[in-house]
Design a binder for this molecule. Structure first.
Ligand SMILES: Nc1ncnc2c1ncn2[C@@H]1O[C@H](COP(=O)(O)OP(=O)(O)OP(=O)(O)O)[C@@H](O)[C@H]1O
Ligand SMILES: [Mg+2]
Length: 469
């Protein structure tokens, strides 16, 4: 017998004499009584040890038995087995009693004891509907029968119990393992997502870097011709001015010096070529062309800034708020009819930067924000603050404009990407800003909700990292 095995038995019988008999059989006064000797003879050499005795409780009616079973359960000391008599007037009979006992404790093994041959066992079994915990013992029975039933059924109770415990442990272990797998799966998924995100960022920054190289090449190629076109243009304007002076002089002298037929030819020619119109139109064309060249020069400069080819300026400690304020003055006209400007400045240290370039970033962001407004007047909030560890500062430009659709969002930093009508946007504002922020070892993040608005956040290190040459 296993130590700690449940040997508790309940005898339910209305006849006190039966209780006496059972007690003699199951709880022998000494370990080596007469019964012990019989048992030793029948089942083995060893006489039963004192420890093999059962704990026997008595109930004389079904109701009393139920009370005992419930009390035993409440005390955490359930019975393993009950011997239940079939007829116990005036209370419940054996079948009723067993039904009630099983309602309280379905694990209870039961032996139903009867002296009556007229019992319909089929009916009994059908009523109880549980055949694997019920044995039938017909009176008169002998001691060894009772003892062996008790031995077997208490052992069966214990095995069932142990198996249930094992099963629970197994289920717990499976649950625990499932939890572990689920959580490591979640961690894995988070890592995959993070990697995808990083990869996306890498692809994006590589793309921008290669576009930057292309832009640098184009900028370089265009820069030279634009340079001499621009300078030739100045000279050309100068020459034209002189030619006009000369022409005016000729015109003034014309009447006096030339013979009438020559003067008439000149008049005809002047009319044919519409000299008066030319004199008016040429300066206009020159002015427009000059503006065009200035614009092209600006675009080339922007491209150079984007591709960071020109980093000749000096970094200096600057007050970002001052820069933002002066930039806002410059763009006030763009903004004032479209949105209210709100400043929510935090306390930030001076930042080592190229102030004019940072101003340009602010300008691009604010102009974009204003241009994103629809017919309704919106709001642009400019916020600043320090990052938690005080090594970075950030500034945000948040608008209540159109928002950016996901497909567009992927492309906004590309040079010449614009969704604005021809003439309204070149598509260089953000690519330029991106280049400038990169040069400062900072970053630009965008958060946009379609139909609600967009927030651009620029984060800059307070001090220029030492690696920056
Ligand atoms: N705050 C914003 N709200 C909605 N869309 C924006 C916003 N900022 C940028 N965009 C989108 O990103 C595109 C690129 O912006 P970017 O500033 O580079 O060029 P642009 O404004 O079109 O032209 P440019 O700045 O050269 O005049 C814009 O055309 C617009 O579609
Ligand atoms: Mg722009």
């Amino acid at each position: 017998m296993t130590p700690g095995q449940n040997r508790r038995i309940l005898l339910v019988d209305d006849m006190p004499a039966i209780h006496e008999d059972f007690r003699k059989i199951l709880v022998p006064p000494t370990a080596c009584g007469a019964l012990g000797a019989v048992e030793a003879a029948l089942f083995g050499d060893e006489p039963p040890a004192a420890a093999s005795a059962f704990e026997l409780d008595s109930a004389y009616q079904g109701q009393e038995a139920l009370a005992r079973v419930e009390a035993s359960l409440a005390a955490g000391l359930p019975y393993a087995l009950a011997f239940v008599d079939m007829r116990m007037p005036p209370g419940w009979d054996g079948v009723q009693t067993i039904e009630r006992l099983w309602q309280s404790d379905p694990r209870l093994q039961v032996v139903i004891c009867t002296a009556y041959a007229d019992t319909s066992w089929d009916e009994v079994l059908a009523t109880l509907d549980v055949r694997d915990r019920l044995l039938i013992l017909k009176k008169p029975f002998d001691a060894i029968e009772v003892r062996q039933l008790a031995n077997m059924l208490t052992a069966k109770w214990q095995m069932t119990q142990d198996a249930a415990v094992q099963l629970t442990r197994l289920e717990d272990a499976v649950l625990e393992r499932t939890r572990e797998i689920t959580s490591s799966n979640e961690a894995l998924q988070a890592e995959v997502a993070e990697r995808k995100h990083l990869q996306g960022q890498l692809v994006q920054s590589e793309k921008l870097a290669s576009i930057g190289q292309l832009a640098a090449g184009v900028a370089h190629e265009i820069n030279n011709p634009i340079g001499y076109i621009f300078s030739n243009f100045g000279t050309l304007e100068d020459y034209l001015g002189k030619l006009f002076e000369m022409l005016a002089a000729y015109e003034a002298a014309e009447g006096g010096v030339s013979p009438p037929d020559v003067a008439a030819r000149l008049r005809t020619l002047r009319d044919e070529i519409e000299l008066a119109f030319l004199k008016e139109d040429i300066p206009v064309l020159m002015r427009e062309s000059r503006q065009g060249i200035v614009r092209v020069r600006q675009i080339v400069q922007d491209l150079k800034d984007f591709s960071r080819v020109d980093s000749s300026q000096d970094f200096q400690l600057a007050d970002l708020h001052q820069g933002i304020d002066s930039t806002l003055n410059v763009v006030a006209n763009e903004v004032k009819y479209k949105a209210d400007l709100v400043k929510e400045y935090g306390v930030i240290p001076d930042v080592e930067c190229l102030p004019s370039q940072i101003n340009q970033v602010v300008m691009n962001l604010v102009v974009n924000a204003a241009q994103a407004m629809g017919d309704e007047r919106g709001r642009i909030v400019i916020r600043t603050g320090v990052a938690a560890d005080n090594t970075d500062v950030w500034m945000e430009v948040a608008d209540t404009g159109s928002g950016i659709p996901p497909d567009t969002l992927k492309r906004i930093f590309e040079p010449f990407f614009t969704t604005k009508p021809v003439g309204k946007g070149t598509g260089l504002g953000l690519s330029l800003s991106y280049g400038i922020v990169q040069k400062h070892h900072g970053r630009i993040d965008v958060d946009s909700v379609l139909g609600q608005g967009t927030t651009f956040r620029v984060t800059l290190p307070v001090h220029r990292p030492a690696t920056n040459a």
